[in-house]
Design a protein around this ligand. Structure first.
Ligand code: SAM
Length: 265
């Protein structure tokens, strides 16, 4: 699969900011606004705060550059549509040398993630899935989400509809990494919970953590209720949206951003 067209297009738009802004600032602003545009399709408790931050970010930029942000998100979406077997943002992050900002943070090359997902899949479809109707997968140091993306693709290859039958969890101490993961899992239509926080000291739904739910999580969370049963640390506001309500919000917000592979599996 030739991904070079999307890489070229992404860099061409991204470099329009060069004359005035640092790469690091633009990358983080892009991620925050892309993530918020997807998370805010559902009116959860954090919606207003995220909206305000979105507005304060976009207003830093002159009119002619503002439209570059949705263009970047469209290119990421097209790239993942053309080839879902990749960590597009993770590879752009390295290509733009942004890992230097994070003291040499490195993400796993996608083919290795794929291999590891295959190993983890053995036997899964026969046991856990039949028993509960879904399986869960977690990466407590998720980075841009390569491992989780690979798991989604391997699940699909094994006949599991990951958009309905897999609950994804990612956690990362670094906001930039967590939002890369969130944006990619959202686009791929993964029902996912991505948590910003230290998974050693403050794992999962610790009250200090910032929790991001993908749109497909809301569309499917009723399937995973047995997972959340008895977990008092999950705030009620995070799970109250019912199926019909979630579908209505997704439709209003333009569900076209998320790729729907349901028919393929
Ligand atoms: C080597 S990268 C791997 C990322 C991803 N799992 C992959 O395979 O591409 C390690 C990630 O762990 C995160 N990390 C390091 N310490 C952590 C901690 N205590 N809690 C959560 N994340 C952590 C880093 O921010 C970084 O994104």
């Amino acid at each position: 699969m030739d991904d070079s067209r999307f890489v070229k297009d992404f860099l061409a738009v991204f470099h329009k900011f060069n004359y005035r802004y640092s790469k690091w600032e633009v990358w983080n602003d892009f991620l925050y606004m892309a993530a918020t545009s997807m998370a805010n399709m559902i009116p959860i408790a954090e919606r207003e705060e995220r909206e305000q931050r979105y507005l304060s970010i976009i207003h830093k930029y002159p009119e002619e550059l503002r439209e570059c942000f949705p263009e970047l998100l469209a290119i990421v979406t097209l790239a993942l549509d053309a080839n879902p077997e990749q960590d597009f943002l993770g590879s752009m992050y390295h290509r733009l040398q942004l890992h230097q900002e994070q003291k040499g943070q490195f993400f796993t090359p996608y083919h290795i993630s794929h291999f590891m997902a295959e190993i983890n899949m053995v036997g899964v479809e026969n046991e856990e899935l039949k028993k509960k109707g879904y399986i869960t997968v977690s990466d407590p140091a998720c980075g841009a989400g390569a491992m989780l993306i690979a798991f989604a693709n391997v699940a699909r290859a094994h006949g599991i509809n990951y958009q309905k039958e897999v609950l994804f969890f990612g956690q990362d101490i670094d906001l930039t990494a967590a939002l890369m993961c969130y944006v990619q899992l959202s686009i791929l239509g993964c029902p996912a919970v991505v948590i910003v926080g230290d998974s050693l000291v403050k794992p999962d739904f610790h009250p200090d953590n910032d929790v991001w739910y993908t749109p497909f999580y809301y569309l499917n969370h009723w399937r995973f209720q047995s997972f959340f049963a008895g977990k008092e640390e999950v705030r009620e506001a995070d799970v109250v949206v019912d199926k019909a309500e979630a579908e209505k919000y997704a439709e209003e917000a333009g569900g076209q951003l998320m790729l729907n592979f349901s028919k393929a599996s």
